[in-house]
Design a protein around this ligand. Structure first.
Ligand code: FAD
Length: 455
């Protein structure tokens, strides 16, 4: 690795470590969290401060390169070729500061959700984290941020208080509702196209525990369990409850706990913040079906980052998602046929999360992704530890998506889109036009590139 390197003698001095093709550390530096993504950037920079970020952007411009910010590489798939791009990795810009009196977390760009959730919990506070502890806070929040508490509180992006970033012109900005409200609006659900974010301020909630866990059933009971789960979601359950209907086909590897290793299940996950008796009443019909295991219990908030069992280390896989407008009886039948015990190929996970509630309300102060359209969101994923699995896994993921097209909502959700999409599907037409105008104003040369560009 070369420190304080420059690509050309005339370029501005880089203050970040730079790793280039041919350097010993290049393969480590270019690796995304999703190990199946073979990204090969022109160079990788590791800024430690926002001044380093500004210098890296200036250096890229001088060398005719574009700039892509990356926290973890959980959603590196849609980026495409990085041959003309300086990858700015934020791994070394870590840390969270909690202001308990204001209930605000200031989170540096490379911080993972687990760090924020744990820090907030020490003050009796909770953040709108997603299912995985090692997803990056910034990438997740810029794309919207779907949490287990989303039905009650809405998208994480709409709980952002301020964003600090360096834009393509090298300017350091702190934007909020008062300062540069247009750019602040764009950053809340418009993705990473507007600059390199160096820190973000999030509002926290005074919640210390939840009633959450999984009801497990043999996969052969997929149809009756998912029909019963659909009934629960259609009964207008309180917004304090979020449930997931899911097929899980767990590989026989040591990272999976012994009792479920190598076995296939249909499960219902439940996440409830509120009165436990109310949750028990809502879950009673599913419990009456006799799950082989029931782990729903009162847990401290940080436990919510582990219940879904997302891998907490880099893995190779292929997944993709789609938003569903509604789920009819026929939709559940189609899902069971394509992803259940008779599936043509067993995927690690095919899940459907219940949306609605506050997620669906476009409040006037919300950002570019003011609400999530659709009552449900589907995500299908398979592991691809060896290249031979890539074709069967991706064709099975596509088969699941294709089978559910009759129930597809008009909009897709940026964070669950792991393939390139028409950007017009992420936002309504007005919001999309406004995002394009803000991008043109703040980055007229198109220096910053995100995984899901607005153009
Ligand atoms: C196992 C798993 C579980 C998930 N669970 C959820 C969930 O529960 N809810 C949910 O909403 N999503 C979830 N996601 C999706 C996740 O939110 C997206 O993949 C998100 O983009 C990840 O952000 P990242 O920074 O970790 O990834 P990266 O791939 O590093 O970043 C994705 C994009 O974010 C932008 N970005 C990142 N950092 C910066 C920065 N500093 N400045 C500017 N732009 C930046 C860039 O455009 C980048 O291409 C999950 C994904 C996986 C793989």
């Amino acid at each position: 690795m070369s420190i304080l390197s420059t690509l050309t003698p005339s370029a501005p001095t880089l203050t970040a470590e730079l790793v280039r093709p041919g350097d010993a550390g290049y393969d480590t530096a270019r690796a995304a969290w999703n190990l199946a993504i073979d990204q090969r950037p022109a160079a990788v920079a590791y800024p430690e401060t926002s001044n380093d970020v500004a210098a890296a952007i200036a250096h890229a411009r001088q060398n005719g390169l574009r700039v892509a910010a990356q926290g973890t590489g959980h959603n590196a798939g849609p980026l495409g070729s990085l041959a003309d791009t300086l990858l700015v990795r934020t791994d070394r810009m870590r840390g969270v500061h909690i202001d308990p009196a204001r209930r605000i977390a200031r989170v540096r760009a490379g911080t993972l959700w687990a760090e924020v959730v744990e820090a907030a919990a020490t003050h009796g506070l909770a953040a709108l984290a997603g299912s995985s502890p090692d997803v990056g806070v910034v990438g997740y929040t810029l794309g919207g941020g779907l949490s287990w508490l989303g039905r009650r509180y809405g998208l994480a992006a709409n709980h952002v208080e301020a964003v600090e970033l360096v834009t393509a012109d090298g300017e350091h900005r702190r934007v909020d509702h008062k300062d540069e409200p247009d750019l602040f609006w764009a950053l809340r659900g418009g993705g990473g196209d507007f600059g390199v974010v160096t820190a973000i301020e999030l509002r926290l909630l005074p919640i210390t525990q939840a009633y959450a866990g999984i009801l497990w059933y043999p996969i052969q009971r997929g149809s009756e369990v998912l029909h019963a789960w659909r009934e629960l979601t259609r009964s207008q359950p309180p917004e304090e409850l979020t449930t997931v209907g899911r097929f899980l086909q767990l590989p026989s590897i040591s990272e999976i706990p012994e009792p479920v290793r190598g076995k296939s299940f249909v499960v219902v996950e439940a996440y409830h913040v509120g009165d436990r008796a109310q949750a028990d009443e809502l879950l009673a019909p599913l419990r009456a079906l006799g799950p082989v295991n029931d782990t729903v219990q009162t847990v401290p908030m940080p436990a919510l980052s582990h219940i879904h069992m997302d891998p907490e280390f880099p893995v190779a896989g292929f997944g993709d998602g789609m938003t569903l407008g509604h789920l009819s009886v026929e939709a559940i039948d189609a899902l069971v046929a394509v992803a259940g015990p008779e599936a043509a190929f067993p995927l690690l996970s095919v899940e459907v999360r219940h949306l609605g509630g506050e997620l669906g309300r476009a409040r006037p102060r919300n950002g570019a992704l003011a609400s999530l359209e659709g009552e449900y969101i589907l995500y299908a994923v398979g592991a691809t530890p060896v290249p031979e699995l890539e074709a069967p896994v991706s064709s099975q993921v596509q088969a699941v998506i294709a089978a559910m097209i009759p129930w597809r909502a008009r909009r897709s959700y940026l964070n669950f889109a792991e393939t390139q999409r028409d950007p017009g599907t992420f936002w309504d037409a007005l919001a999309h036009d406004r995002l394009k105008a803000i991008k043109a104003a703040v980055d007229p040369d198109g220096v910053i590139r995100s995984n899901h560009p607005v153009e």
